[in-house]
Design a protein. Structure first.
Length: 198
């Protein structure tokens, strides 16, 4: 218990030191440093996703958090930079273009769309836009890898007209749960951990 408390205290001191360093630096150098650090974090999660046999969606989700956090701290432009840089670096480092697709086509860019969608709009309009972005992303993903997706799906799912409809409805619900969890994590970060906004 004492060891855990000491570790937690040490982590808190390091976080406070990082905050002080960022706040004390110039705006441009601070922006470059923050963007570089969070690009690196996203690339690490993406790299792990290429070597892990399971839990890939969780790693894509974790890789998208640096994009969202950068948007919270520095705005949409910096977040977009992290998204493109992480996508490109991951493909250059791993050479695995297929493995980068979930991040490139949804997880990486969704925080950017989410930021713009949630700007002073009614909840119903936000929901409509979010579902539109999600389904367009899934559709593009499907078009690019249609033959691969069909070959890995069970035959009844591809031949039965009802089951694809059920699957479509299920992924809408899963997306809404994902968006809710994502929003709560960002709210916690912005209210408790934000470096520049506190």
């Amino acid at each position: 218990m004492n060891a855990w408390a000491a570790t937690s205290s040490d982590a808190a001191r390091k976080y406070a030191l990082m905050c002080a360093i960022f706040k004390g630096s110039g705006r441009m150098s601070r922006k470059i440093a923050f963007t570089g650090i969070f690009t690196g974090i996203a690339v690490i999660f993406l790299y792990i996703s290429t070597i892990m046999p399971a839990g890939k969606l969780t790693l894509y989700f974790l890789a998208s958090l640096p994009v969202a956090i950068t948007i919270v701290e520095l705005g949409a432009g910096a977040g977009i930079a992290v998204y493109f840089a992480a996508s490109l670096l991951n493909m250059l480092i791993t050479g695995n273009i297929t493995g980068a697709v979930p991040f490139v086509f949804f997880f990486g860019h969704y925080p950017v769309f989410k930021y713009f969608i949630e700007k002073r709009r009614k909840a119903a309009v936000e929901l409509l836009f979010k579902l539109t972005v999600f389904n367009i992303s899934i559709f593009l993903w499907y078009l690019l890898f249609k033959s691969l997706i069909i070959t890995v799906l069970p035959v009844p799912l591809t031949d039965n007209g009802i089951l694809p409809g059920v699957a479509f409805a299920v992924i809408q619900v899963v997306f809404l749960i994902y968006d809710y969890v994502f929003s709560r994590l960002l709210f916690y970060y912005e209210s408790k951990l934000s470096i520049f906004r506190r």
